[in-house]
Write a protein that binds this ligand. Structure first.
Ligand SMILES: *[C@@H]1O[C@H](CO)[C@@H](O)[C@H](O)[C@H]1NC(C)=O
Ligand SMILES: *[C@@H]1O[C@H](CO)[C@@H](O)[C@H](O)[C@H]1NC(C)=O
Ligand SMILES: *[C@@H]1O[C@H](CO)[C@@H](O)[C@H](O)[C@H]1NC(C)=O
Ligand SMILES: *[C@@H]1O[C@H](CO)[C@@H](O)[C@H](O)[C@H]1NC(C)=O
Length: 266
């Protein structure tokens, strides 16, 4: 589907060259590994020579409280979704209206989400067990805003539980419709603290100008869920986290609201 392809490619997943077959040429190790992504295609140049790349480590000395930042909306709706094996990660794609966030007056709509393992961003001095990316685009699909959630191993994540059994089938199918997908869990997740900086896509073409919002609250997923998310992937993508990139003087802004303020401000 056209829109589907546009969305996928803008989100760095350039998979639309053929209708029913795709294969990417980048990898997370070896000759096509992250250090060489920029050499695989002229359109991947930013992967090597970009100065505002992602992921980064959230280090205290780079972080500044910004009182102008606003709470991020949590208006995600129930939506029909498709579970997709992107070969280098597992994603959930949406058609139509799911929800949107407003950043600096611009409206970004949620289009897809996907997982990386281990985490790509480093926070509190460590790389975590997994990371969820909620990819939002402006209507003209030119601007990208990603909300990231870091996970540690623990209780199962209700978000993943919704399609957990279907992950087994993704080993030999590219996509599976999963019907109505409940994003209530994301609505509910605490937004008391988040970090904001401008970076890039973490996969080729490593496009810059991506507005990152990293939620301060860790979620948990079970070991079984993490294994199920990895199982359908090509073996070379079972580890699918890009190494940390230089901050190059970029500032990371922090939004924080203590629990004790007005009701509803979580
Ligand atoms: C890698 O894939 C990209 C995107 O499809 C393509 O433009 C590029 O030519 C490929 N590079 C090599 C070395 O195959
Ligand atoms: C999901 O798709 C079904 C079948 O096309 C439709 O009846 C239903 O209203 C859709 N649900 C949502 C939340 O869009
Ligand atoms: C944001 O965009 C979506 C989809 O284009 C639209 O449905 C929604 O009403 C917009 N929200 C705002 C606050 O403009
Ligand atoms: C998320 O919150 C919005 C606003 O409170 C609400 O309208 C919506 O139904 C909620 N979504 C889910 C899936 O619970």
């Amino acid at each position: 589907m056209r829109l589907h392809c546009a969305i996928i490619s803008i989100a760095a997943l350039a998979l639309c060259t053929s209708a029913d077959y795709f294969s990417v040429n980048f990898s997370y190790s070896g000759p096509n590994g992250p250090a060489n992504w920029g050499r695989l295609s002229p359109s991947y140049a930013a992967c090597s020579n970009g100065k505002a790349q992602s992921p980064v480590e959230l280090i205290k000395t780079d972080i500044f409280m910004n009182k102008e930042l606003k709470n991020i909306a949590r208006n995600y709706l129930l939506a029909n979704a498709t579970l997709v094996n992107n070969e280098f990660n597992i994603g959930v794609h949406f058609e139509g209206k799911v929800g949107d966030i407003n950043i600096n007056g611009k409206n970004y709509s949620l289009k897809q989400l996907h997982w990386h393992s281990p985490s790509e961003h480093k926070a509190n001095g460590r790389i975590h067990d997994a990371e969820l990316h909620l990819v939002h685009l402006t209507e003209d699909i030119k601007n990208i805003a990603v909300v990231a959630v870091l996970y540690r191993l623990g209780d199962p994540d209700p978000l993943i539980s919704q399609f957990e059994e279907k992950l087994v089938e993704l080993g030999n199918k590219k996509e599976i419709a999963i019907g109505s997908f409940d994003l209530e869990e994301i609505n509910r997740s605490s937004r008391r603290r988040y970090y904001r900086y401008v970076g890039s896509l973490t996969t080729p073409p490593c496009k810059e100008g991506v507005i990152w919002t990293i939620l301060g609250k860790l979620r948990t997923l079970s070991t079984q869920q993490l294994n199920l998310l990895k199982a359908p992937l090509n073996p070379k993508f079972k580890h699918n986290a890009r190494p940390l990139q230089q901050i190059n003087g970029r500032k990371i802004e922090m939004y924080y609201h203590p629990k004790t303020t007005t009701m509803g401000l979580m």
